[in-house]
Design a protein around this ligand. Structure first.
Ligand code: GLP
Length: 263
């Protein structure tokens, strides 16, 4: 697990966006696993800008989102499909039919979960999986106690996650308590995982993920076993780490090595 600690949320977004830009230049027909939440918004805006300036293209990209609320139709403003369309897809040159979000309103969610896994496999697997992290260490909607080998499935949300996401729902809207989410096993198969976290509210989750035992109690800790995960955090999200200076030291060496290779 590579941990990169940067000054602020803008720097986190740029570092993450660079990884996607480089991937697109190397492989225009990349398969991206995408995330919702407020954390990746700045990264999406950077990619939109690069796309609109003609530096990168998403025309051959296929995408698979991590998760979706159950029982919300795609046109519902709180659905993750709506979020992705509004915040990202409609501003870039991606073919909307190549974008996938778990079907939260499927008649048979169990079949839909299997089909989602099948579609990811048929696309050749995910090249880069983008992640945020919940305050309780969840990734996607894999809440604490999730099986670390889980596949796409229906998952019940914790009280904490429901409370954290309540801010997006108005009082007269029923907030879903169930979701469809890629499993931790699904996420672990991505060739590269890029996890972003900003702000002090994520500090304990980051500490548990990076330093804690690999445990279903902190689902993100499974990424300690992933061969290529980059965790990009700002100073506030890194503030509970025991030894942030060591990660900065490693990153300085990584950058020097990269400069040497490119020279
Ligand atoms: C939701 C999503 C997660 C996301 C998390 C954190 O629960 N299912 O994928 O990482 O929220 O969201 P935020 O980035 O807004 O803190």
């Amino acid at each position: 697990m590579k941990v990169v600690i940067l000054d602020d949320a803008d720097a986190v977004a740029s570092y993450g966006a660079d990884i996607f830009r480089e991937q697109l230049q190397a492989k225009p027909a990349s398969v991206f696993g995408l995330a919702t939440g407020s954390t990746p918004l700045k990264l999406y805006r950077e990619l939109i800008e690069s796309n609109q300036q003609g530096d990168i293209s998403f025309s051959e990209v296929r995408s698979f989102n991590l998760d979706e609320y159950m029982d919300l139709p795609p046109e519902h403003p709180q659905s993750y499909r709506y979020f992705m369309d509004e915040e990202f897809f409609k501003h870039i040159d991606i073919d909307r039919s190549n974008t996938h979000v778990p079907p939260g309103n499927a008649d048979n969610p169990l079949t839909a979960c299997r089909e989602y896994e099948g579609a990811i496999a048929a696309a050749g697997g995910i090249d880069i999986q983008l992640l945020g992290i919940g305050r309780n260490g969840h990734i996607g909607f894999n809440e604490p106690t999730s099986c670390l080998a889980s596949r796409t499935r229906v998952k019940t949300l914790t009280e904490e996650t429901i409370a954290d996401n309540a801010r997006f729902f108005s009082e007269d809207e029923t907030q879903p308590q169930l979701s469809i989410t890629m499993g931790i096993g699904t996420i672990m198969e991505a060739r590269l995982v890029v996890l972003l976290a900003t702000g002090e509210s994520k500090a304990e989750a980051i500490k548990a993920m990076v330093e804690g035992p690999v445990s279903a109690w902190c689902p993100a800790s499974a990424l300690q076993m992933h061969p290529a995960t980059v965790v990009i955090v700002d100073e506030a999200a890194a503030s509970a780490l025991s030894n942030p200076e060591f990660f900065k030291h490693i990153e300085r060496h990584n950058q020097a090595l990269l400069a040497r290779i490119k020279a």
